[in-house]
Design a protein around this ligand. Sequence first.
Ligand SMILES: Cc1ncc(COP(=O)(O)O)c(C=O)c1O
Length: 460
Amino acid sequence: MQPPHAVSQSESDTNLTSRRAQWQARSLDAHTRALLAEDERYFLRQSVSTPCLNAIAKAEGIWIEDTAGRRYMDFHGNNVHHIGYGHPRLKKAIAEEMDRLPFAPRRYACATSTALAKKIAEIAPGRLSKMLFTTGGSDAIEVAVKIARTATRRHKTLSFWDAFHGAGFGASALSGEVLFRSGPAAPVVAGDQHVAPFACYRCPYGHDSDADGQPVLERCKLACAKMVDYVLSRETDVACLVAEPARAVPYVPPPGFWRAVREACDRYGTLLVFDEIPTGLGKTGRMFACEHDGVEPDILVMGKALGGGVLPIACVVTRPDLDVGGDVAFGHYTHEKNPVTARAALTTIEIVEDERLVENAARVGAAALERLHAMKRRLPAIGDVRGRGLLLGVDLVRDRDAKTPDADLAEAVLYRALDAGLSFKTTMGNVLTFTPPLTVTTDEMMRALDIVESAIAAGA
Ligand SMILES: Cc1ncc(COP(=O)(O)O)c(C=O)c1O
């Protein structure tokens, strides 16, 4: 039987380990300890959240600053900080909107929400141009499923094991992580089906990758895409397939994967829903991760960074011909047309465009990947490096041939990096996951990778 924290590690580093307790014992001052005690006194404890690691007092640009005045480059940021924390143009726009129109009850149109919708229709892939806004990503995912159910008159869903799509009951059912599907989330929604995802370095279908972690397509023949086709051919009444086009672990899809899956969806009348909540608005070096694969989903969901790292807003956008639910309720969320969150989103997109942040993500990400590959040649503890743009991962192993995950080393590296001024999270226990703001410079990225390299080289 695994200890409980082994399960939590699928999502993040856990708040239960002795390494964390040791780090806190030597790193936190009395004021911070008192704050954490107060936090724990009022907030319910839960996995990978409360009790907290540390307390922060400032967030600016790529930096967070703790209550003891130490600064960390934030290469996690829950993927909300694409434009950097506290962008002055964003703060000004939000303040002005609050003065102009602080709220719009749902029965009223307002110019800011409409302007945001128009902008999203411009940047969204292909024909995606009709949308709804929600406050959070989980809600938006559930709206997407409701749209698919309405349009197809089916109720089943297909999604990937190991994915996370949100914490609501519906989104939990789509998620493929035990932590979010079991316990209080169970029983999950009937009709949710799962299939093993693409993961070329640790292929669930048993195929070996090459020395660079790339798929050998002549051998695997895209078994992962074929399984999606197989399931849809048997379970012929699936409303939608919900998936992240680039997985947060991170894993990028093997070439041709999404085209093959798109064809399978079309063959069986299943709608394709892309969850771009962390990847949308440029994280992977394209405005949307699915653009790398040249595949247009039927429905796309974005969130997180959409509110500029200040306000919560998410969006589900689809094609005009899927606007077939005029007589049903998809969401009816209180803040559906909130002009202040809409202004935050509109200004965030304008900043991403005006400051050419997508291009920066592609450029800095490419330099980082090159550096990580060089690091892999020097450090045998690195089994695989992967990612796209500023969604990057380093898979740490005890043994390169056996690919045995080294969660212990990953944890040691995480706390050592914090000591050196870099914050990031681990995924699946052993994968160092770097998702810095899109404003990060190559110099800052290299400084962060210097920290990572010496922390790995120091061993567990
Ligand atoms: C891929 C993905 N989908 C959905 C969500 C849920 O978003 P929210 O926390 O805004 O509900 C997350 C959040 O981490 C996510 O990473």
